[in-house]
Ligand binder design. Structure first.
Ligand code: ADP
Ligand code: MG
Length: 436
């Protein structure tokens, strides 16, 4: 499919081609027609998949038809969490709107002088890109006329929530026409985002681009079968003693468990702390800052709290409890192996989790190799060892503790049963699509 199939104005297509884009990305293919049709959407796709054009191209397309309201205020409002992102969005709008009429873009960002912004706001504007805090100031001073606003776009909504902008956003929305289109983009969708969407959007359509497209090849995925909680805790202790471990995130299923494990680890002398949705923003920020600075070695977190963390020293992700959804598995393990570094993702599972594991493997197109640590073998060794992974290979796995991706690959090559046969083709196919 090409951009021509998306019914965008020819002058927008011209600018896109000039930008060197040949084909729309998956999120663009799905979101652009929906947004042109005028409905609200809530969309998620990984970072770097072209979300900006996905919302900006339809916005520019709308602007090609003159407004029927006699006003000079913005027709499109984009809220972003940071100045840097706002700059990126404004630049993209200017680039894609290079040839189309009525596309005056201005940015209103925190930390910039008010007089200049007042001057900008006194002129006609079509696209306003802003960070929430500063925008609220101007709105309160009556400097913005939203009477002809058609579309509100919340970019990186998850980050805006993480940064505590929810109240500001709600207040901004209270000044906007009810008849508007509302678009929410986020790298991840979680219950907090869904709640905001339910409040601000009008029967939105969900567009979720499968995160399996994330490159996971540089993350070594390991599985440990566990008998019970004591066994899990011993294994956790073992993994955390890995000298190659710089920083780790341990994921738990519940907030309570995150607290308990963090406390236990702390009591055992680890620098560990919990992060979850029950903590207030201040506490969460403080913990994340510590982690970022390296003052914290282990973060014990739930799914809700640990999204979007981008810290290059996180060498290990440990799924103390498996995530409920396969998609979250990918989000979780993507916290390691940042910026091209290698990462290790360790998952604990009991034999009861086999179906769940299969679901995860189907989703990622990758079979997770099971490892055994001498002295910490599971009592119940049947687990999945019978299922595709031959017991005769057990000695090799016992070296699991020191195994590297390279040794794993060798083993996989030597033993075709290591990966279950039907999956090999599937995963190969997936991966070959990823490199692009
Ligand atoms: P996201 O918001 O999803 O993180 P961006 O919108 O910032 O992603 O886009 C990431 C990069 O991809 C940008 O450099 C952008 O110019 C480029 N890009 C976007 N859409 C396309 C496309 N259809 N073809 C080629 N490059 C694209
Ligand atoms: Mg973006």
């Amino acid at each position: 499919m090409s951009f021509e199939n998306l019914n965008l104005h020819p002058l927008i297509i011209k600018a896109i081609h000039e930008a060197g884009y040949v084909e729309p990305t998956p999120i663009q293919k799905q979101a652009i027609p929906e947004l042109i049709s005028g409905i609200d959407i809530i969309a998620s796709a990984q970072t770097g998949t072209g979300k900006t054009a996905a919302f900006m191209l339809p916005a520019l397309h709308q602007l090609t038809t003159p407004s029927t309201t006699n006003s000079r205020g913005p027709r499109i409002l984009v809220l972003t969490p940071t100045r840097e992102l706002a700059d990126q969005v404004s630049n993209a709008a200017k680039k894609y709107g290079k040839y189309t009429p009525r596309t005056k873009v201005i940015s209103i960002l925190g930390g910039m002088p008010y007089p200049l912004q007042n001057k900008l706001l006194s002129q006609p504007v079509d696209i306003l890109v802003a960070t929430p805090g500063r925008l609220i100031d101007h709105i309160r001073r009556g400097r913005i006329d939203f009477s002809r606003l058609q579309t509100l776009i919340l970019d990186e909504a998850d980050r805006m929530l993480d940064m505590g902008f929810l109240m500001d956003i709600k207040q901004i929305v209270s000044f906007l026409p009810q008849s508007r289109q509302t678009v929410l983009f986020s790298a991840t969708l979680d219950p907090a985002i869904e709640k905001v969407a339910a409040q601000l959007l009008n029967t939105p359509k969900r567009i979720q681009i499968a995160t399996r497209q994330t490159r996971l090849d540089h993350i070594e995925q390991r599985l440990h079968y566990v008998d019970d909680l004591t066994h899990k805790n011993r294994l956790l202790d073992h993994v955390l003693r890995d000298t190659g471990l710089k920083q780790a995130i341990v994921f738990t299923a519940t907030k309570r468990n995150a607290d308990i494990i963090a406390d236990n680890l702390y009591a055992c002398g680890h620098t560990a702390a919990a992060l979850h949705g029950d903590m207030n923003q201040r506490e969460r920020n403080r913990t994340l800052t510590k982690l970022r600075k390296g003052d914290l070695r282990i973060l014990v977190a739930t799914d809700v709290a640990a999204r979007g963390i981008d810290i290059s020293d996180i060498t290990h992700v440990i799924n103390f409890d498996l995530p409920k959804f396969a998609e979250d598995y990918v989000h979780r393990i993507g916290r390691t192996g940042r910026a091209g570094a290698a990462g290790i993702a360790v998952s604990f599972a009991s034999s009861k989790d086999n179906i769940h594991l299969k679901r995860i493997e189907r989703y990622t197109g990758h079979s997770i190799a099971s490892h055994i640590i001498p002295g910490l073998e599971p009592r119940n060794k049947t687990g999945r060892h019978n299922d595709g992974i031959k017991k005769s290979n057990a000695p090799a796995y016992r070296k699991g503790k020191h195994s590297t991706s390279a040794t794993l690959n060798k083993r996989q090559n030597a033993n075709p049963h290591f990966m279950r046969a039907p999956k090999v083709t599937r995963s190969t196919a997936n991966r070959s699509g990823l490199g692009k």
